[in-house]
Design a protein around this ligand. Sequence first.
Ligand code: ZN
Length: 161
Amino acid sequence: MLTIRQYGDPVLKQVTKDVEEIDGSVAKLVEDMLETMYAAPGVGLAANQVGVQRRLFVYDIGNGPEVVINPRITETSGEWAFEEGCLSVPGLSWTIVRPNKVHLVGLDLDGSELSIDAEEYQGRVFQHEVDHLDGTLLIERLDEDQRRQALQALRARVLAR
Ligand code: ZN
């Protein structure tokens, strides 16, 4: 089981590097990340959330475990408001407006190309995880009021440690 890095950990702000070779170490990482995600429990987990600077994420939105390696969102459209949380910012959630539909490309564990049209929940998970891999937390997607409240809550949490 891997440790999920929490808000304030610098690894969450770093942009991950593309996976150049999908070898046994990637397969093992994916397996461990899925186990960690299910135990949390969560619906998505990006590699840098477990301290690994590689561009991949795992997710399960109810249809079984999936992985996307070197994911990129190539198109977005529409708008959708959804209450979003994050395993790296546990216990807090906010209604965030993001594009509704996205087109995601990447690779699966066999190195085959993925090309997925997603909307609503799946689209949201993709945007959230790709954000992580770009070093962006959901805090940065909040509006000004939400962000002020979020930072207060997070500061109080750090002081309480
Ligand atoms: Zn997250």
